[in-house]
Design a protein around this ligand. Structure first.
Ligand code: ADQ
Length: 506
């Protein structure tokens, strides 16, 4: 990560899941590195700074034990080549980590009642539309004793780290778990320079009116403790500014996307997150992926057959059921495709303790069974549903699919589309929801899906599957170029450049 723009101030990061996590096996304590593009991008930054600390939740019992042994203070973890806790001087890349332990009941209210599903559902247009009772006394209490209390505990940990660095630091907060943190940190450390990045969509004021006035105001005022509130797209940033104007009555400027709070000006900015193309290229070249690729070709691509792919968590916002209904409609209306096109779905079970998610998995299974019963031909089932989390398998499938389906009803960015753009070698067509943030960058190279219109999605799949090869390759090359020139380092550097400016360094 030597091309990350380094900073001249100490850095404090906050996210719910951190860069490392501890476990225990027969040989004793083990240290695991967190997975995913976000963690590796921010880890790269933290590893290169002399004075950085990453505040995160203690996710495992062993994390809590480590935190207890260190009185809740930060520990230094060497991340490469073998992750381990450092007592003296590290001889490789290392990150200072502060694991925050909170009361388990409070954490459950924070995470499983408020962060998911209430905030996630509101921000993906899924909340309060059924006739289920919302908000009950229990949910009101869970806000105070869970979301607000846990946010306060994390804010105190961040403020403590800022104070121990002389009271002036750059603070990067991540996501919907921590909307109240910025305001608390600023109260304690007025000289911080603070960005809160929201990884999921930000809807307009009316969608937020499903929450009572006092709660939505606290969430907004909490975020407005930041100097910059970052989003993936201009649309989300604009919605945020509109919320501050309409729901809090604050002065706003919709041209430069700013909100004035007392004497401070808070900017809403957009930084589209992306992938690490070099890391993806390396994964694609691995033996593991090659073995999966050979298997997938054998199963799905003999005799000029075609493959439609989706790779998602089983989250209702990803709209998996309607995606299968569209594929079923395609086969109903184009019987010549039966036996010639397969749909591989790699679905990672997600948040199964939340009833809506468990119900959703059952519904996915039922819809797939129905379509397979109707359209199985010569022993070939049209849909191959695999409930797995296997990134090497996903990358192998990305590289050889003819069409990638992303039909989310709302999605902050959607990195799957960007991953496919980088690793596909078959002229794969992106069939991409207009509601995914990535549609702003990749829509012109994709076939657009309207996620609430099953017939339109079926027609769009047909367009993608019958597109001339030359055009497929032309579009894919353009999408790959866009992603390679707008990678995750750029996402980070653009934020750092704004922070440096705010801190008076440029
Ligand atoms: P997610 O909702 O998790 O992220 P996404 O951006 O698509 O959605 O990232 C998912 C990641 O998990 C991808 O790297 C994908 O390859 C991987 N993945 C998904 N299913 C998998 C499976 N079955 N097996 C293996 N790997 C799988 C949230 C927001 C997004 C936003 C990101 C980053 O909801 O909109 O893009 O954060 O900000």
């Amino acid at each position: 990560m030597s091309d990350i723009d380094l900073l001249d101030l100490p850095l404090v990061l906050l996210s719910n899941r951190g860069p490392v996590s501890f476990d225990r096996d027969a040989s004793g304590r083990t240290v695991n590195r967190g997975a995913g593009g976000l963690v590796s991008a921010l880890s790269g930054l933290a590893e290169h700074l002399d004075d950085a600390v990453w505040v995160c939740g203690a996710a495992t019992p062993e994390d809590a034990a480590v935190a207890g042994e260190n009185d809740g203070g930060a520990i230094l973890v060497q991340t490469q080549p073998t992750p381990h806790v450092v007592e003296g001087q590290p001889d490789g890349p290392s990150i200072r980590v502060r694991l925050v332990v909170t009361d388990p009941d409070a954490y459950a209210d924070f995470y499983s009642v408020w962060s998911n599903p209430i905030l996630w559902f509101i921000q993906h247009g899924l909340y309060g539309r059924s006739l289920a009772p919302v908000l009950t006394r229990a949910e009101h209490d869970a806000f105070e004793n869970g979301y607000a209390a846990v946010n306060r505990a994390y804010a105190d940990a961040v403020a403590d780290e800022v104070r121990s660095r002389g009271g002036k630091a750059l603070v990067l907060l991540q996501d919907y778990h921590f909307y109240l943190v910025a305001e608390h940190v600023r109260e304690q450390c007025p000289d911080v320079v603070l960005t809160h990045f929201v990884h999921i969509p930000w809807p307009g004021p009316d969608e937020w009116r499903v929450l009572p006035g006092n709660i939505r105001e606290r969430l907004l005022r909490g975020l407005l403790g930041s100097d910059v509130v970052g989003f993936h797209t201009r649309r989300y940033a604009r919605n945020f500014v509109l919320c501050a104007g309409e729901l809090l009555g604050l002065p706003i400027n919709l041209d430069d996307l700013t909100v004035t709070v007392n004497d401070r000006v808070v900017s809403a900015r957009y930084y589209p997150i992306s992938v690490d193309p070099a890391a993806l290229d390396a994964t694609l070249a691995s033996e593991d992926v090659a073995a999966h690729m050979a298997m997938l070709r054998y199963v799905f691509l003999d005799e000029d057959r075609q493959l439609v792919l989706r790779v998602d968590r089983t989250d209702p916002s990803k709209n998996v059921v309607r995606g299968f209904l569209a594929f079923g409609t395609l086969l109903d209306q184009h019987p010549e495709l039966v036996g010639r096109v397969s749909f591989l779905a790699l679905l990672q079970p997600s948040r199964t303790d939340v009833p809506e998610y468990a119900d959703y998995i059952a519904l996915i299974g039922a819809v797939v069974a129905e379509i397979n019963a109707k359209h199985t031909k010569e022993g070939r089932q049209p849909i191959d549903l695999r409930m797995v989390e296997d990134f090497a398998l996903a990358v192998a499938a990305y590289s050889i699919c003819d069409v990638l389906m992303v039909n989310a009803i709302a999605d902050g960015m959607n990195l799957v589309a960007k991953e496919v753009a980088v690793v596909n070698r078959r002229g794969g067509v992106l069939a991409l929801s207009e509601m995914a943030g990535s549609h702003e960058e990749l829509g012109e190279f994709a076939v657009t899906l309207h996620p609430f219109d099953v017939q339109q999605m079926a027609d769009a799949l047909y367009t993608a599957l019958t597109m001339p090869m030359e055009e497929r390759h032309r579009r894919l090359a353009a999408a790959a170029e866009q992603v390679r020139t707008h990678d995750v380092r750029r996402w980070l550097n653009d934020q750092l450049a704004d922070l440096r400016h705010l801190a008076g360094f440029s």
